[in-house]
Design a protein around this ligand. Structure first.
Ligand code: HAM
Length: 423
């Protein structure tokens, strides 16, 4: 017999894990509603060309790519942003701005599997299109704050930067985009030596090195130091001012910012401005990240449209909740088992079960044909609230026997009164 296992990096989520993930998915959906983001559902399989444009080398090399039977080059989505940018140039093209779009689902990356890093994982994704203002950037951070808070996470904090600072300096020193991308890719992995090696201009290396050394101090001190440091590099200066402004906006709402990172870069290539990540102390991986990408929609053939967004790694949020031993709020539904005393009463019993379910009670019907004693023992073991026993004698009076398995009480109840009494 073959010993079937999941494909490396893919997981089965059993009841408890699935419940935590679903709890977080629910919180993400609630957050989307609170912030006015409309949910869209996009395909898991997209054209390779769409997913690879502007995502960057890092992601391109980790995509699940294949040819479909029609010989098309397709891939499993490694993120949502490309699909949403596609929509912004097609079906949502004429929607009034600002446009707020939410998605949630599984995404796929050929990452090296380890704790919190999988090849199939869940993201909740928020994109805000049409505004280049700092309050739009702040919204991506604030909604992430709301989601982390609503999930019950403790001690999470944000790291913020602005990719425009480094890009501004490099552009002014005539470093072309390709080299910039390669440099930023390495900086994202904290391979600074490798990054600097790509720059043949000595001054360029010195300026970047100096930027790295601005680290430390409070977020506001660092943001101010960056502004002073890049004086004279117009684009970088504007990016630094923008960073300070966003910092002011989010901290005014009580958002916990741990650090402003002068040399912060993210793996994706499409970012043009503010970037951020959120972490908890127990895990050394980001629970979410995002930023501003003002040119992607244009690359996809749309009108130039400023945009900012974020994706949350919901498996990681779930993992952080487990690590912090957070108790999920208990389900509010009452639970019951319905047991016919003998096979001839199955139809009546099923009808009563339906009645209870329609009233919102979670019902497990006795499908094993067990004797009453065994069925009740099993209900007890599973911590069910009520056992509804359907017997001939009571049915004659349109009634059933109800055992309250928590209070250990038993009574005879009219069927018509059951839903109200139990739910
Ligand atoms: P990202 O930083 O590549 O950004 O991914 C967002 C989040 O997905 C990460 O912070 C992390 O929590 C989670 N994640 C990434 N890789 C894995 C993995 N292998 N296993 C588990 N979780 C993982 C984006 O995807 C951008 N599309 C975000 C964005 C939206 N930017 C603008 N709009």
């Amino acid at each position: 017999m073959p010993n079937f296992q999941t494909v490396r990096g893919m997981r089965d989520l059993l009841a408890e894990e699935a419940a935590i993930l679903n709890f977080v998915v629910g919180k993400a959906r609630e957050t989307a509603q609170l912030y006015g983001y409309k949910e869209v559902i996009t395909p898991v399989v997209e054209p390779y060309e769409l997913l690879s444009a502007k995502s960057g080398e890092e992601i391109r090399q980790r995509m699940f790519i294949f040819k479909d039977l029609g010989d098309r080059d397709v891939a499993l989505r490694p993120e949502f942003t490309a699909s949403i940018a596609r929509l912004a140039t097609t079906a949502l093209k004429t929607e009034p701005k600002p446009l707020r779009v939410f998605s949630v689902g599984s995404v796929y990356r050929y990452d090296e599997p380890q704790r919190g890093r999988y090849r199939e994982f869940w993201q909740s994704n928020f994109e805000l299109m049409g505004s280049s203002n700092s309050e739009a950037d702040a919204e991506a951070i604030l909604l992430t704050n709301s989601l982390m808070k609503a999930s019950g996470l403790q001690g999470y904090a944000f790291k913020i930067g602005n990719i425009g600072v480094i890009r501004g300096v490099l552009t002014q020193m005539n470093v072309d985009d390709k080299v910039q991308n390669a440099v930023l890719q390495r900086m994202d992995k904290k391979e600074y030596y490798e990054a600097f090696k790509l720059l043949d201009n000595e001054k360029c290396r010195t300026v970047l090195q100096g930027l790295l050394e601005l680290k430390g101090g409070t977020p506001f001190e660092t943001a101010e130091k960056i502004t002073e440091y890049v004086a004279g590099y117009a684009e970088a200066e504007a990016a630094a001012d923008n960073l300070l402004e966003i910092l002011q906006l989010v901290t005014a709402s009580g958002c916990p910012v741990r650090a402003v990172e002068p040399a912060f870069a993210r793996g994706l290539e499409y970012y043009t401005g503010m970037i951020f990540e959120v972490n908890v102390p127990e895990l050394d991986i980001a629970l979410g990240g995002g930023g501003r990408y003002d040119r992607l929609i244009e690359v996809f053939g749309g009108e130039p449209t400023p945009a900012v967004g974020v994706a949350h790694g919901l498996d990681r949020v779930a993992l952080a909740l487990q690590t912090q031993k957070t108790e999920l709020p208990a389900g509010r539904r009452k639970t019951a088992v319905v047991i016919p005393v003998k096979p001839e009463l199955k139809a009546e019993a099923l009808k009563i079960a339906q009645l209870l379910m329609e009233a919102g009670v979670s019902v497990e019907f006795e499908v094993m044909g067990r004797k009453m004693g065994k069925a009740l023992e099993d209900a007890d073991r599973r911590k069910v609230d009520y056992a509804v026993i359907v017997g001939e004698r009571e049915l004659k009076d349109d009634a059933v026997v109800v055992k309250d398995l928590v209070k250990r009480e038993q009574s005879t109840m009219k069927i018509a009164e059951l839903p109200e009494k139990i739910s």
